[in-house]
Design a protein around this ligand. Sequence first.
Ligand code: AMP
Ligand code: MG
Length: 416
Amino acid sequence: MRRLFNTLFYKQQQRTRLQLFSFNYTPTMAAPYHTKIVPVNPLHFQFEQTTHGDDFAEQNAKPVIADPKDQTAIEEAAQLLTAGDAVGIPTETVYGLAANALSADAVAKIFAAKNRPQDNPLIVHVSSLAMLKRILPNNTIPPVYQQVIKHHWPGPLTIIVPTSDLIPTQITCGQPTVAVRFPSHPVARALINQCDFPLAAPSANSSGKPSTTLASHVFDDLKGRIPLILDGGPCNVGVESTVLDGLRNPPAILRPGGVTYESLSSLPGMEGLQVYRKDFIDRALEQAPTTPGMKYRHYSPEAKVILLENAADPHTFERQWKQELEKQEKPVRRLGLLVTSKDTPSVVNHQGVECIPVFMGRGEHPEEVARGVFKGLRDLDTQNVDLIFVQGIPETAEGMAVMNRLRKAASKVIEL
Ligand code: AMP
Ligand code: MG
């Protein structure tokens, strides 16, 4: 009796506590969860090729999990996903909030937990070409993607394909196409394989916030809203996948990401590859927010962000932010400096304003900056800064994705 009372009392207490921090979320939110974080070690996963001499042997490889603890973690996550829950999972790009892509009810949980606008479509994640074929009309992969898949799957590349009746309209937001990716992260790959159904997964942040590249980021944003987060350590790429639309002529990158323009444009089928916004603008695309950040606020920390483009030189950057700071109307007490040069003079105090520098990777190594950009924005938020100046990087290789995210996070962009 006493135990029952204690349990009920604890549940009640927990509910009150959870309600306190979830009051500003949508009422569609399901009952609060006790969010568990389960560690998994990506190094304990191997992929054995079962077909040999075939063009797609790598894509057809099957997971072998060395440690029973990792196997148990994968099974626990797969059980929740099979039951229709949403789970936080590591991928090579950013952490994803995954749910069964073939169930409208499961997919609805993603939108509720993230507070994501209903007209922003989701990417569907598969762990084999056979799984992709299962969801395609006539089980046929459009031939234009043949070389792209061979070179970049599994990996941080999403392709746009025709959708079918198997995919709930909540995923496509009523469009005739669906976005699909085959992630290379061993944990994501093994988990989808264990589920044996594709997983819909956007980034595991609350909508509008910077994406999550650590399990702790997912916990900060979604605690109490999902039952489980698999912690596979930091994400290796750090920015979302490249979204490629090969159904257009010429093909186009709708969102720059982990796979670079340079590594796609030379492949057969990708002749004349364009980049959305840089090379063309499509009115229909602007209406349906199929490339993120067109319609909604994206990747934004609490603090106001000002991006200084072409400020790779640390002295130029310093001169520029000091000038900009003078123009601010609202008082700034704590200032965040998100920098890409190691030798940035470490100003600790400027005319009574406390300066907090955070290094996000060397500007001449854009893959490093990609890995550090979202963490940098989040770290400055936890330091309670009022304003953030970001030192931009050149738009080559991963720099294109980094600058795309930063422009969307920024309320002001200054081109020097
Ligand atoms: P997220 O994973 O939250 O960063 O967002 C997924 C993104 O995938 C969407 O915002 C779109 O940019 C893209 N996407 C999903 N479905 C489609 C589609 N059918 N056509 C074009 N882009 C899509
Ligand atoms: Mg996102």
